[in-house]
Design a protein around this ligand. Structure first.
Ligand code: NI
Length: 178
């Protein structure tokens, strides 16, 4: 089942999410639905609060391996780099954000319930930082300077009202369809 992805400004995106206590069938179905929702929106990551569920679950697929993380926490960050980033709760917005270059994160795997450690860099490291932020009620515009946030005030307002900055991309062009 595909969920509606919440937009910037909606309450669940501002809350600190609760840790998952038990892995049951409902949770596995939810994770499957989160992947479905993320792929349908052409995203590389999705956190449960983005579909209105304030629990600590994220799914990520940067093109190598889909990964579902329960109760993820970043235990080590090294380096700094600034790169453009987007978020499914901010359709069409891409902004530079500074993140750690490499991270080590700990998470529970929904398949076997075991705790694993993952070392990541590049896009995957960025996705892990972005998605775990969502679990703490932090969105990527919160990582920007106040000045930049003010510059894109109108764009943010469009998104808050439920709009998208990329609506024209969703329409099919008869020329390109050939
Ligand atoms: Ni996001």
């Amino acid at each position: 089942m595909k969920y509606r992805i919440l937009h910037y400004g909606e309450e669940p995106l501002k809350k600190v999410s609760e840790p998952v206590k038990a892995i049951d069938n409902d949770l596995k179905v939810l994770i499957k639905d989160m992947f479905e929702t993320m792929y349908a929106a052409n995203g590389v990551g999705l956190a449960a609060p983005q579909i209105g569920k304030n629990i600590r679950v994220v799914v990520i697929d940067c093109g190598d391996d889909p990964i579902a993380m329960i109760n993820p926490s970043i235990i080590k960050m090294t380096g700094k780099e600034t790169a453009p980033e987007g978020c499914l709760s901010f359709p069409g917005l891409s902004e530079n954000v500074q993140r750690a270059t490499k991270v080590v994160a700990e998470y529970t795997d929904p398949e076997d319930g075991e705790v694993y450690e993952i070392e990541a860099e590049g896009l995957l490291a960025r996705a892990i930082q972005h998605e775990t932020d969502h679990l703490d009620g932090v969105v990527f515009v919160d990582r920007m300077s106040k000045a930049r946030k003010l510059q894109i005030k109108n764009e943010l307002e469009i998104i808050k009202q439920g709009g998208s900055l990329a609506e024209e991309e969703e329409e099919e062009s008869p020329i390109e369809a050939k």
